[in-house]
Design a protein around this ligand. Sequence first.
Ligand SMILES: Cc1ncc(COP(=O)(O)O)c(C=O)c1O
Length: 361
Amino acid sequence: MDFINQMEPWFDDNEANAVHHYMLSGGWVTEFKKTREFEQQIAQFTGAKYCSVLANGTVTLITALVACDVAPGDEVIVPDYTMVATPNAAEILGAKAVFVDVERDTLCMDFDAMRRAVTPKTKAVMLVTVNGRYPRDIERFVSFCKERRIWLIEDAAQSLGSRYNGKHLGRFGDIGSFSFSAPKVITTGQGGALITDNDELIDRIRKVRDFGRERGGVDHYLVKGWNFKFTDIQAVIGIEQMKKLAWRVERKKAIGKLYDKLLAGIPQVELLPTDYENTSPWFFDILVDDRARLQEFLKEKGIGAREFYPPLHAEPVYGRDGHYPVTEEMARKGLWLPSSSSLTDEQVEYVCSMIRAFYRT
Ligand SMILES: Cc1ncc(COP(=O)(O)O)c(C=O)c1O
């Protein structure tokens, strides 16, 4: 059996043919009609009124914060457990990322911890729907932020295809953000999208991504903006990837259920609860005490695995004090198993049999 990567992008002839056809059609490669078509597809899939696609899922977060007027001196509440792009997006604007702990069963921001962290300087909360899961109190986040006039930005980079009560994740905040980097649910190599139902916010987002221009090609600058634009060549790939999304969502759920079934009953392996009605897991996660040894053993058996994110407050880039017990425990125990939607049942069975062999159960 070939080495099973923890994650890999998945393309077939359709992407290759679409790019070939696009190049022969004389497109300018930069963003244009195909980009607008891809945006339309994402808006339709998520049920959002508007979508704007950008260069990656980090500049989407920066753009969302700029659209919400986040500036030096403001505070932005972020989970300690997330990918580093979330706090970095706030800090690059001179705002302070304020870390709070997450819920143990969902790994999403803890509502009470968030509420305790609010100060008069709080301008935005960045709620990360980690791994397609949603926080227990997602609706309380929405009503609390509305009441306090705090912007709610949902970092749904890992949540394309996941919902809560039928509503797509990314639609609970004022703005939702997605990533299309290589390991994501669908990929355009690099890329990201913002969705919103708010007319003013989409107008600002579209300006910020294009140097702050009044509109395309008009060199009159209404707001500070940069070049965060997408390209049609990525959109051509994205359009093909979108055709496979519904299938991938279901396949990920099926793989997750198979992992849960085959790993159940191993006393040393803790599985986080997953609501498969709503959640299409991006990565398949387990908690174990002897993670390093298990990871090494799996590697010897031809299986890739990846550790969870570290507690960001304590990383050298932030070096902040504080105690975030859930994030710290997750960072110690969390391991992502092979998670590509192209995994076969046989590969999942092999991974689980090797984990059983490691624990001799
Ligand atoms: C939660 C989260 N936010 C933001 C990002 C950044 O996205 P990108 O890699 O497209 O910049 C990622 C990427 O892994 C992510 O997982």
